[in-house]
Design a protein around this ligand. Structure first.
Ligand code: GLN
Ligand code: ZN
Length: 769
């Protein structure tokens, strides 16, 4: 007979923090602006936590997470909890912990913030811990203990959540001034006693279990790192005054780390069983399961927006029941990465909204599955039947199965994804057509998105401005942008993208198969929330999306204007994508829709077309073994969208990151005629990397760092350009900024582009002397 405590229960690792109406954003930003005082901010935060725990409990979750809540970021909270405050922020944190906390997150006039980077392969960004040989850790359990107490007082059984010590160190970077090859993991000896103290404090405060999040365990780890993992959990496990430990892995399969965790003296292990992580099932069986341990089975995908296949999950769970002492049901990862409640999407076709599951719905799914396990699946038969019907409606819908799209994809051949002429031939034709000077100058696409432009869009949405009026506003902006570029002396112009709210949303709104949500906000970082479009069905392009804007701009000038599109990989990466077919199939559909746009731009006279793929690198699978397959479909999709053009049409692509060692071959496989990349901050390092890899085509390594309002001087830009020339021959080198200018203001944009053009003139003169 099973006792209540060991019968399957439902739980979640974490929950969206913002509140139903983004109350947290308003309170935090109000605090920054001085409108909300610290007490009011804390009260709002406590109210949101209370509400979350109540909803989870009402849904049937018997052990709620605490401490997953954050005013800004959970990694920053971990930095505070282990006392790793960067020295430059120490005084501010000592003077006023709350103000100091936000100073670390956002910087102040005089002090730089912590760097921000992507949390694994999600679209959430965390603040990177800065560590060095001099780092002294000190436990600060205040937040973890306070939030635990808060939940306990409200009558909840609570499980505090901390970022695990291994993940904390593996995601840290050397502090400024510390040697770049410093390995934060070498600080493990110093960090473990601090975790021991945090655990002891939580134990004293009444925690039965503590969850240590270790997503770093799902990446390829060296034997030394696996050894460190074994040590961490052996030593933490050996403590006497401590709660039971649940080590949560998620985002992929645990691989080698699974053995380490199985052997360690921790009482619980969380594993992801969705997507590629489904391999955890066989691997768990292979290591003999987790005898004597609690397994948290992540069977409901915590990152997509779709309903679960409940019967399939029950099948997985049935197998898992034999592999651990106690099995609880959970989403695969924290629900932080999905919106709150799909019931609020009243504007969607009700048929389609039944396919959606956000945080609330996923919570209901895990509690239902746990009930099915506890009380027998016949007690949830009606829910299973409804789930079956919803899945069938999705599979059989004209939205997800458009015969015309499917026929077109099926008829696509490998040749469709290859330009008929090699680059050597294309470049001759393109040079004859474009007649550009040596070191041609251009920009990446967007010009400043001014308040006036945003207001015009808001007015259009609110009905204060009609379509014609909106168009007028945008066209006058295009006129100004073109006139400015001619005057500045740029060689290849852009229309400036004033009409684009966002580089993905703009296209998603025009493609059939994409949905927009009204309340589907997810945290990107801090108080920045995004509402990614939902790629729900087969993708097609009912009408041209950018051609009118291009044509309008090109008619204003004799210089070439670049057609400007977002590439298929980025269209997927910054959306919620469908889970009912391989990503590569979805990418191919998007690619074909973009291919039509490319063809139409070419027919409208575009001699240069840029297809941006800033997400190519960030969507790289966490496990190296999965990367070749990803890169194969990703590069194929890019080529499919760009290879239907004539030899004398020049294809550009753009990526805004400097680190791409891992995808060098893939960049070559895009077969773009010109690639522009971020390079200013790393002093053209990428140009050298490309040259060393034998990259054969044209390159525009950025000579102007657009991430800062600083205006580069002509001498600085010329210096970078000369550094670029040391790697790339003059006839294959372009001159451009690092990225689009949409976040910049006009005065600094003008001044910086003047420097850029002047630098190109200067270096051209040096070359022809
Ligand atoms: N064309 C886009 C722009 O200039 C590219 C943005 C990006 O790379 N993120 O804004
Ligand atoms: Zn960019």
């Amino acid at each position: 007979m099973t006792t209540r405590s060991t019968a399957p229960q439902a739980t979640v690792y974490g929950y969206p923090r913002q509140g139903p109406n983004r109350e947290l954003k308003k309170a935090v930003e109000g605090y920054w602006a001085g409108r909300v005082d610290a007490d009011a901010l804390h009260a709002t935060a406590a109210g949101l936590r209370r509400n979350t725990w109540r909803r989870l409990t009402e849904a049937g979750v018997t052990e709620v997470p605490t401490g997953d809540f954050s005013l800004y970021d959970h990694m920053l909270d971990a930095t505070v909890a282990v006392g790793a405050i960067p020295p430059r922020h120490r005084a501010a944190v000592d003077a006023d912990p709350l103000a100091g906390y936000f100073a670390m997150a956002r910087g102040t006039q005089d002090v730089a913030p912590l760097e921000m980077t992507k949390w694994f392969d999600t679209n959430y960004h965390y603040l990177v811990p800065e560590l060095g040989p001099d780092t002294v850790f000190a436990a600060n359990p205040a937040k973890a203990v306070a939030e635990l107490r808060e939940a306990v007082v409200l009558g909840h059984r609570a499980r505090p959540v901390l970022v695990g010590p291994l993940t904390y160190l593996l995601l840290a970077k050397p502090a400024p001034g510390v040697a770049a090859d410093f390995q934060p993991i070498t600080l493990l000896d110093r960090l473990l006693p601090v975790y021991a103290e945090l655990l002891a404090e939580l134990w004293t405060a009444g925690a039965d279990w503590v969850q240590l999040d270790e997503p770093a365990l799902v990446q390829d780890r060296t034997p030394a790192e696996l050894g460190a993992a074994a040590r961490v959990y052996r030593e933490l496990g050996a403590l006497t005054e401590r709660p039971k430990l649940l080590v949560a892995s998620y985002f992929d399969r645990a691989g080698e780390a699974l053995k380490v965790l199985a052997k360690s003296p921790v009482e619980g292990v969380g594993l992801d069983f969705t997507g590629p992580a489904a391999a955890n099932l066989a691997e768990l069986a292979a290591v003999g399961g987790l005898p004597g341990k609690r397994l948290i089975a992540g069977v409901v995908d915590g990152r997509n927006v779709w309903i679960n296949d409940l019967e399939q999950s029950l099948g997985t769970l049935a197998t898992l029941l034999g592999l651990a002492d106690r099995v609880d049901v959970a989403p695969s990862c924290s629900l932080l990465h999905v919106p709150l409640d799909s019931d609020r999407e009243r504007d969607l076709d009700p048929q389609i909204s039944r396919w959606l599951a956000f945080a609330e719905q996923k919570t209901a799914e895990v509690t239902l599955l746990a009930r099915g396990l506890r009380e027998g699946t016949d007690t949830i038969a009606a829910d299973l039947a409804a789930n079956r019907a919803d899945l069938a409606s999705r599979a059989g819908s004209a939205v997800t199965r458009d015969p015309a799209v499917r026929a077109r994809v099926a008829a696509t051949t490998a040749e469709d994804g290859r330009r008929p002429q090699p680059y050597a031939e294309r470049t001759v034709a393109q040079r004859a057509r474009l007649r550009l000077p040596l070191l041609p100058t251009t920009t990446i696409g967007s010009f400043p998105q001014t308040t006036e432009l945003r207001t015009a869009r808001a007015d259009l949405r609110a009905g204060r401005l009609d379509q014609a009026g909106y168009r007028d506003r945008m066209e006058s902006e295009v006129r100004e942008v073109i006139a400015y570029q001619e005057k500045a002396g740029l060689d290849v112009l852009v229309h400036g993208e004033p009409e684009r709210n966002d580089m993905v949303q703009y296209f998603a709104e025009q493609l059939t198969g994409y949905l927009a949500t009204r309340h589907g906000w997810v945290q990107s970082y801090g108080t920045r929330y995004v509402r990614p479009p939902v790629l729900a069905g087969d993708i097609s392009r009912p009408a041209p999306m950018t051609v009118d804007w291009f044509r309008y701009a090109q008619e204003l000038t004799d210089r070439p204007v670049k057609g400007m599109l977002t590439g298929p990989v980025t269209m997927l990466a910054w959306s919620f994508v469908r889970d009912d077919q391989p990503l590569g199939d979805t990418a191919r559909q998007v690619a074909l829709a973009l291919r039509d746009e490319v063809t139409d731009l070419e027919a409208a006279g575009a001699a240069v077309i840029q297809v941006d793929e800033p997400a190519l690198r960030e969507t790289l699978p966490l496990r190296t073994a999965d990367r070749p397959a990803y890169l194969a479909w990703a590069t194929e999709a890019f080529r499919l969208s760009t290879s239907g053009v004539r030899a004398d049409t020049q294809i550009h692509t753009h990526m805004c990151y400097a680190e791409f060692g891992a995808i060098m071959t893939a960049i070559d496989e895009l077969d773009a005629d010109v690639i522009s990349l971020e390079a200013a901050r790393s002093h053209m390092e990428v140009a050298h990397e490309l040259a060393e890899a034998g990259y054969p085509r044209e390159v525009g390594p950025g000579v102007y760092d657009i991430h800062s309002p600083r205006v580069p001087s002509t001498a600085e830009a010329a210096d970078l350009l000369r550094a670029g020339l040391a790697a790339i021959p003059a006839d294959r080198l372009w001159v451009n900024p690092d990225c689009g200018l949409k976040t910049r203001g006009w005065p600094e944009t003008r001044a910086s582009l003047d420097s850029l053009v002047a630098a190109a003139h200067l270096v051209r003169a040096e070359l022809t002397d």
